[in-house]
Design a protein around this ligand. Structure first.
Ligand SMILES: [Zn+2]
Length: 405
């Protein structure tokens, strides 16, 4: 017995470790299964996916599993995606007329999917329609405009945009425009929102179109919050807390201010937004692609990136993404955060393990590991954004009853 004891001790230790490892594996498998079930059963909304512009510049059949798109109907089904704010992105370089032409062309492409696949896809103009589509098993594809430059100097075009179905307008993109200053532009003529931009925001309030401040400077956000009578949204911005100096992400002060006005911050998935090192390295890469004119999808581009990525971190991961969600929850609360992935608009910056719209269960699993309840997860998946959207529509009903001017 005496001689056996050490052996038994070692054996029981080995057994205990084996059991512990097994239970860890089982527990995590269980978490992944729960996450998948949540994604199957609950409404998932992503507030920013650039599939229309990508389709416009490079046609593909998104009803099938594609080779390299972040979004297609098959991947959306796998990920449990039920509502995708479909971004009609108009580059900052285009004038209003060219911008409107491009917008209408993308609009035809998007609505074409709802016409061709009525048993899979449907447009939606409000949260009620999103819910009704969800009940019928249809993917909602509400529309939105990224960059208000096609408005030109014509306020009446905002009503036309509302009639076309825009749920939100991102005020600006890579360059300051007639509405406000952009955080990607060193030229900032308005020190925030322009006088015309003030009118644009008021008219958007009246038309029930959400104001998206992603891409705007800090001053623009502060002023938009002051001018708007409705909550505002950041449809694809993450936390500057993790990327100091990267203005494209939101400071804690701005996140709190958006939340205080009952808005919502939709976290972008791009590694550039999630991790400072990735941000610096990606910026170097973008400059390289810009200056050489090489396309990132070309063989030369892919090879360059592969070599570069051996020594430079380019990809964040799901844990880092959930760090951003945690951060908003910590400083503002669970009611003010959601997913605004920017899939099909982030180039090759998807985090490891989150390559496309099939990835939401991976994020949900990470949230469950950190102790988020099912109810909290549902808020992040769609409830928060839908609440803000409905409130913006409610404000417009009140404003339209008031005499104009
Ligand atoms: Zn964007």
């Amino acid at each position: 017995m005496g001689k056996l004891l050490p052996f038994l001790t070692v054996l029981s230790f080995v057994f205990a470790v084996a059991c512990r490892n097994n239970s860890v594996v089982e527990t995590d498998t269980g978490i992944q299964e729960t996450a998948r079930k949540i994604c199957e059963e609950q409404l998932i909304l992503d507030s920013h996916i650039d599939w229309p512009e990508r389709l416009y510049s490079s046609p593909a059949d998104l009803s099938q599993l594609t080779e390299s798109r972040d979004f297609d109907l098959v991947r959306a089904k796998t990920g449990g995606l039920n509502a995708v704010l479909s971004v009609l992105y108009v580059p900052a370089e285009l004038g209003p007329e060219e911008g409107r032409f491009m917008l209408d062309s993308m609009l035809d492409l998007v609505t074409g999917y709802a016409v061709r696949y009525p048993d899979r896809v449907a447009l939606a103009r409000n949260p009620g329609e999103v819910a009704a589509n969800f009940a019928k098993g249809l993917l909602s594809i509400p529309l939105c405009l990224e960059n208000g430059s096609p408005i030109g100097d014509d306020l009446s075009y905002i009503e036309a945009l509302q009639k076309k179905g825009m749920a939100y307008i991102t005020l600006c993109h890579a360059k300051s425009n007639q509405i406000c200053d952009s955080n990607y532009d060193s030229i900032r003529p308005w020190k925030g929102v322009s006088p015309f931009g003030e009118e644009v925001i008021r008219e958007m309030n009246r038309q029930g179109i959400m104001i998206d401040i992603s891409h705007s400077t800090d001053s623009t956000v502060v002023q938009a919050l002051r001018i708007s009578e409705a909550p505002i949204v950041a449809t694809h911005s993450s936390c500057r807390h993790f990327t100091p100096g990267f203005e494209r992400n939101l400071s804690d002060t701005l996140i709190k201010a958006i939340a205080e006005k009952n808005g919502v911050v939709m976290i972008g998935f791009s590694s550039m937004f999630l991790d400072s090192t990735c941000s610096v390295n990606s910026e170097y890469l973008l400059n390289w692609f810009d200056s050489t004119g090489v396309a990132w999808e070309s063989q030369e581009g892919t090879e360059f990136m592969q070599t570069f990525s051996v020594t430079h971190k380019l990809r964040a991961d799901a844990a880092q993404l959930v760090d951003h969600i945690d951060h908003v929850v910590r400083i503002a609360g669970i009611d003010y955060v959601g997913f605004g992935s920017d899939f099909d608009g982030m180039g090759p910056s998807q985090p490891t393990g989150l390559p496309d719209v099939s990835s939401y269960p991976v994020v949900v699993a990470e949230m469950l590991r950190r102790g988020y309840s099912g109810e909290e997860v549902v808020k992040v998946l769609s409830k928060n954004f839908l609440r803000v959207w409905q409130e913006v529509l409610n404000v417009s009903i009140v404003l339209q009853k008031e005499p104009a001017g």
